[in-house]
Design a protein. Structure first.
Length: 192
């Protein structure tokens, strides 16, 4: 059973967040830096304090993705910074340029609160994962990585999902320790 999400986003709010993300990127392309939003004009879900990821794609291929698992800022402000960072600060890609903007699709994933998983071993963790529902955060000392629920579209096998998450953290695919910790979350995702 999927837990209830603590926030509801209306279609108008989703469209506004997508608009804000695009404006943030355009501000960066025009040399204006980070877009400024007036906090006093944010209400309802736009003022909620939740984690968010902004993903940029071109022809269905990843072009940038940055986010915050949690945020103390209003959702709209977090979208501004994550969109800007996805376009200009994702170390896997060069900075987005003006000629690419028209072909760039924006997707926003708003995260639920984190839920700690109590796991005894790898098999126990795999039995608790809900493919196509759970996002997963792995932490072990200085090692940390996460996959959004959308990653299940490319990696549908739970064991492979875990292996790739471990590799992303800089660990071996079969790594396990007594100190490894996992949290799951899910998202409301929407895009242009």
């Amino acid at each position: 059973m999927v837990p209830s999400f603590c926030i509801k986003l209306s279609e108008a709010e989703k469209l506004r967040l997508l608009e804000i993300a695009r404006q943030s990127i355009e501000s960066g392309l025009n040399g204006g830096g980070l877009l400024h939003l007036d906090s006093l004009q944010l209400d309802g879900s736009l003022a909620a304090r939740l984690g968010v990821f902004v993903t940029l794609t071109q022809l269905e291929e990843l072009r940038g993705c940055m986010g915050a698992l949690e945020s103390s800022d209003p959702l709209a402000h977090t979208v501004v910074s994550c969109a800007f960072n996805a376009a200009f600060r994702d170390p896997r890609f060069p900075r987005l340029n003006t000629s690419e903007m028209a072909g760039t699709r924006i997707e926003i994933s708003v995260l639920s609160r984190m839920e700690s998983l109590v796991v005894t071993d790898r098999t126990n963790l795999l039995s608790q994962l809900r493919p196509h529902v759970d996002g997963l955060l792995l932490e072990d000392g200085r090692y940390r990585s996460t996959f959004l629920p959308g990653v299940w579209e490319k990696i549908s096998d739970p064991d492979e999902f875990l292996q790739q998450l471990l590799l992303k953290a800089g660990l071996g695919p079969d790594y396990w320790s007594e100190t490894i910790r996992f949290q799951r979350y899910y998202t409301i995702s929407f895009g242009e």
